[in-house]
Every structure is written in C-alpha cells, then in structure tokens.
Write a protein that binds this ligand. Structure first.
Ligand code: NAD
Length: 274
C-alpha cells in the first residue's frame, strides 16, 4: 500500500499494549502515521509497543486509559490533541473475554465484557466523531479547500462472533453482535460529516486472548478444522486490513464489516456435502 497519503496522519489505537492492537499500532506507524499507543494497566507492555515504533523510526506517544471509563477516554483524546493538534484515525480495538456457561455467568462477568467491548467502543467512537466534526468546522472556517476524502476514519474491532453464536461466551458474542449494529448506525449518522466507520471481524488470531487454545496441540488441531484456509491468523493479517480501511484507497467503503478469518464464516462443516 502506498504510504504517501498516511504521512502526517494521527491515529489512536486502543488496547495496543498487546496482540492485534499492538500490530495495528506498529503497522500504521510504519506507514508514517503518528500513533497514540493506549494501555489500561500494563505500562511495560504498552512501552514495548511504543519502543518498537520508535526503534523503526516511527512516531508515537504512550497513554494510559481504561476504555470503559468516560473520564479516561476524554483525557486520552485531550492528550492526543495537545500533542498532535488533530486526529485522523481511531482503531477501537480494546476488548476482553470473561467466559462462563450461561447458567453460571455472573452479573460481574456479563457487565465487564459489555463495559469494555461495547461501552468502550461507544465512548471512543463518540469522542473521535466529536473531534472529526470539530476539525471539519475548523477547516470550513479557515476556508481551507475540502479534501475529496474522508476527514476521519473509524475502525472497530469486532469478531466472527458478531455472526457466529458462541455458547459459553454469550457476553462476548452479545458485545460483538452489538458492535455490528452500533457500527452501521453510527456510520449512517456520520457519513454526511465525511466520517467513515467500518469494522473488522477477525476469526482465530494468535494472541494471548486465545492462548489456551493454540498452546494445546489437541485444541489447536480441532481449531484448524474450523478454518478452511488451515492456518491460524496473525495480528499482522488484521493490521493490514485495518490500514486499508484507514486509507483513502477504501474511501467509498462505509458501514461494512470485513471478515478476516481464513474462511471461518463459510460453514466449514458443509465442505463435505454437509
Ligand atoms: P489481547 O488480549 O492481546 O489484546 C486485548 C487488548 O485490549 C490488550 O492490550 C488489553 O490490555 C486491552 N484492554 C482490555 N481491557 C481494556 C480496557 N478496559 N481499556 C483499555 N484497553 C483494554 O487480545 P487480542 O486478540 O489482541 O484482542 C484485541 C481485539 O481483537 C479484541 O477486541 C478482541 O475481542 C478482538 N478479537 C480477537 C480475536 C483473536 O482471535 N485473537 C478474534 C476476534 C476478535
């Protein structure tokens, strides 16, 4: 992908102290984007992401924020604007699992997943949208020539479980299913402001969130039967798609969910005639 147009852009990547968020932050920085690396509790891991960006000649800062807390989100955006003066891209990635059978699921397990995975997306996306609208009016009042491309790009991290039901993980599946309608609705509302909103929905990507599966040879083999492409995904597989959605090359893509899953959503059980 051409990196020319990314030069000078600014992105916030939530939950970029590990896994997919870290890969997105490093990949975007490699394209010339200044990246706000966000962590919620593990500063050391957040710093590792930033150090890798800086060691490769990229730009970025490290900001602590729990995405489920409104005050944290507001101060992360304030710090971003104080440092860079603007925002171009939000990758709303932070998420977690608190698994339990439905019968045993506690209110705390339900609530925490909804708070981080869904309310966290609401808070981050709302703040980004407010900033983009402010930048748009600023440009208009400065009589700057309007770009033909989107003024702001939002990419939400969903999951194949926004369409594949997942017993034992109903809080997670409900949060990701919620992201789909949330994303489509805000995309409809924000498009007239020249803000593009899309989701990516990864399948099985090798990160700490699913270590318990890929580190066990039997579970790993059984996971591969769910993936027609017969390999587990890497965080970079997702980062490349995120970068494309953040680029002008996808300028007419709005309100879409891009599945990055090696075919997991193709009903692999039906490959042999069902
Ligand atoms: P991960 O555990 O490595 O990363 C999750 C990140 O979110 C971590 O950096 C964590 O610190 C951060 N986070 C958690 N709670 C937070 C909070 N309250 N505030 C700020 N940050 C917080 O796992 P991952 O696989 O990289 O997950 C990233 C996203 O991708 C999640 O939204 C997850 O649901 C989604 N996803 C992952 C997979 C997969 O197979 N790995 C598949 C589909 C979707």
């Amino acid at each position: 992908m051409s990196d020319r147009k990314f030069e000078g852009q600014v992105a916030i990547v939530t939950g970029s102290s590990s896994g997919i968020g870290r890969a997105c932050a490093i990949y975007l920085a490699g394209l010339g984007v200044s990246v706000v690396v966000n962590y919620s509790s593990n500063e050391e891991e957040g710093r590792k992401t930033l150090d890798e960006i800086l060691s490769k000649g990229g730009k970025g800062i490290l900001v602590k924020a729990d995405v489920s807390k409104e005050a944290d989100i507001i101060s992360m955006f304030d710090e971003t604007i104080a440092t860079y003066g603007k925002l171009d891209i939000l990758v709303s990635n932070a998420g977690l699992q608190k698994d339990a059978s439905f019968l045993d699921m506690s209110l705390e397990q339900w609530q925490r997943v909804i708070d981080v995975n869904l309310t966290g997306q609401f808070l981050a996306c709302r703040q980004a949208a407010r900033q983009f609208v402010k930048q748009q009016s600023q440009q208009a009042s400065d009589n700057k020539e309007e770009s033909q491309y989107a003024i702001g790009k939002i990419i939400l991290m969903s999951s194949v479980h926004d369409i594949i039901p997942w017993a034992g993980h109903v809080n997670y599946a409900a949060s990701k299913g919620g992201i789909m309608m949330f994303m489509k609705s805000i995309s409809q509302e924000l498009a007239p402001h020249k803000i593009r909103v899309n989701s990516v929905s990864p399948g099985a990507i090798k990160t700490t969130i699913n270590k318990e599966v890929w580190s066990d040879p039997d579970k790993y083999e059984s996971l591969l039967t769910l993936i027609p492409y017969r390999r587990i995904g890497t965080p970079e597989d997702v980062a490349k798609a995120v970068a494309w959605l953040a680029s002008d090359e996808s300028d007419y893509v709005n309100g879409e969910t891009l599945y990055i899953d090696g075919g997991m959503t193709l009903y692999p059980e039906f490959a042999d005639n069902g």
